[in-house]
Design a protein around this ligand. Structure first.
Ligand SMILES: [Zn+2]
Length: 254
């Protein structure tokens, strides 16, 4: 299968709070990036959409579920007719009510927005319930994060939710097994690599952030820009994170 770049966005706003600033993009930059895709002949497709005979397929995704996905990103996507996916942290939703969990980093979507997005053809995926580091959770808590977010979303939008993205991109073999058991068909990581496979539980995505110039955005989209250094760092860090989890487990048993 041909490699398909999958873009990963977070917040789309001017003047973001410090916690989301680096990973956010301004509405102006976002609109320029979407226009560039059109200008360069890209065809934004659904995550699981067919790509055979599609010229320059590319996928657009958003993590966390910021309110500005509805106010800023959706109108731009609609104006170009682009499909996209938003991975929602269910406990962070603005009107999560008794299900509220975790610490939202900014103004978040409301259920009404999520439903409206789903009705307008935006794919809704899960992003855990409270946005924990999944690889650091015990099996029970891990399962709860994965199942609860999927069930809440399915109940909220009245359609199946089969995709999820790992908070912080953190996963491990154990987390990926739990994701499969929790009923997801596909899961997305952050690895700044172009997806040569679009199925399984570690599909790579490309980070677009505030420091991404339009020129580097083009290189990312064209797949010419590989982040070898970052990739190496991510792999080394995964080993550290796994030892940390095992160490904690060992301490608990003592
Ligand atoms: Zn996130």
């Amino acid at each position: 299968m041909a490699a398909v770049p999958i873009l990963m966005y977070h917040s789309v706003r001017d003047d973001p709070p410090p916690d989301t600033a680096a990973l956010s993009v301004s509405p102006g930059a976002f609109a320029d990036q979407m226009a560039l895709l059109k200008e360069k002949g890209f065809t934004p497709v659904r995550l699981s959409g067919p790509v055979e005979d599609v010229p320059k397929p590319i996928c657009i995704t958003f993590d966390d579920g910021y309110a500005d996905f509805h106010s800023e990103a959706m109108p731009v996507l609609a104006s170009f007719g682009y499909p996209a996916t938003v991975f929602v942290t269910t406990g962070w939703l603005d009107d999560a009510g008794p299900d509220a969990a975790g610490r939202p980093l900014d103004a978040m979507l409301r259920w009404g927005h999520v439903r409206e997005a789903a009705e307008e053809g935006i794919e809704i995926g899960a992003h855990s319930h409270s946005h924990p580091q999944l690889d650091q959770l015990e099996d029970g808590a891990l399962r709860d994060e994965l199942v609860r977010s999927r069930l809440l979303l399915e109940d909220g939008i009245q359609r199946p939710v089969t995709t999820m993205a790992y908070p912080y991109g953190y996963s491990s073999a154990r987390v990926r097994r739990a994701v499969a058991q929790a009923g997801y068909a596909t899961a997305y990581v952050v690895s700044n690599d172009v997806a040569s496979h679009r199925s399984g539980y570690a599909v790579p995505r490309l980070t677009v952030q505030r420091s991404t110039s339009l020129a580097s955005f083009e290189r990312i989209a064209e797949g010419a820009h590989r982040f070898y250094r970052e990739k190496a760092l991510t792999k080394g860090y995964a080993v550290v994170r796994r030892s940390r989890y095992l160490y904690r487990q060992a301490m608990r048993r003592d």
